[in-house]
Design a protein. Structure first.
Length: 277
């Protein structure tokens, strides 16, 4: 009888151990894989009734360093002009009078806005897309995917740019909340991409990477990436970009939140597409 009870106990312990092992395995896999549902960037919450110019400027700085991802390129690494150490009011005035300027702005405020929504209107010498002779900017348009900054958010960044060096802020405080997109009102984010090409466009990969001979050069060239990385390494490069840094590039250039934004299927489609090019 004692032997039978001992055998039953061993079976119970083995079953319990196996179950705990499965739970641990599933937990590890869940933490490794990106989330099933991606989330589109959302407009910053702005309490218009309590908004002051100081708080609007602070919002602009927060957006510049955060959601706008401006500091990924505009820093001291030389991939784009280091805006934070430049007087952007004076610089904007100089660029407006430059014979190379092709935009339509008439003053500093308009130029700063234009530089975000039409960055190729003026391309700083040596900072254009490779092969464009400084006529095309590698900078993404901030009011479109993947950044999707609202008009209020863009104005807040302009206010920060004007004020950071003691300049006069000419941007008016917002008085009306921005219109809510239909998909946001319904409680949903951007729909998952249905192809690798759509996912690359959705997340703006080609703004920094050359893909199939087209795109930017702020990040590593992904053309022919299959000769250098396998599927697992490429997935890690997307979801954990600072784990392995390509030669000639610095830590922190690529956003680290794609594992939370991309769906599992989007990630797989992007990896498959890049490996086939």
């Amino acid at each position: 009888m004692m032997e039978r009870n001992r055998q039953r106990g061993n079976v119970l312990l083995s079953t319990l151990g196996f179950s705990l092992g499965l739970i641990l395995l599933f937990t590890m896999v869940a933490n490794i894989l990106p989330q099933v549902e991606g989330e589109a960037p959302v407009d910053s919450e702005v309490d218009l009734g309590a908004l002051t110019m100081d708080s609007f400027v602070s919002l602009g700085e927060e957006l510049f360093r955060g959601k706008g991802t401006c500091t990924l390129c505009h820093n001291n690494l030389g991939r784009a002009p280091d805006i934070l150490v430049m007087n952007m009011v004076d610089t904007s005035s100089e660029r407006l009078s430059d014979t190379r300027y092709q935009g339509g702005a008439a003053d500093v405020e308009a130029y700063l806005r234009e530089s975000m929504i039409d960055p190729s209107g003026y391309v700083v010498a040596s900072f254009g897309k490779k092969g464009s002779d400084d006529t095309e900017s590698p900078m993404p348009t901030v009011n479109k995917a993947p950044l999707n900054l609202s008009d209020i958010e863009i104005d807040a960044i302009i206010a920060f740019m004007q004020s950071k060096d003691g300049g006069e802020v000419t941007v008016a405080l917002p008085t009306e909340a921005p219109a809510v997109a239909e998909e946001s009102a319904a409680g949903g984010g951007a729909a998952p991409a249905e192809s690798g090409e759509a996912a690359i466009a959705k997340y703006g990969c080609s703004a920094c990477h050359l893909i199939s001979g087209s795109g930017g050069d702020l990040g590593p060239d992904l053309s022919g990436i299959a000769a250098r990385l396998d599927a697992q390494q490429l997935q890690q490069a997307i979801t954990e970009p600072n784990a392995v840094i390509s030669e000639g590039f610095a830590v922190g250039l690529m956003p680290t939140d794609f594992a939370n934004k991309m769906t599992v299927s989007e990630l797989k489609m992007v990896v498959d597409l890049l490996l086939k090019q």
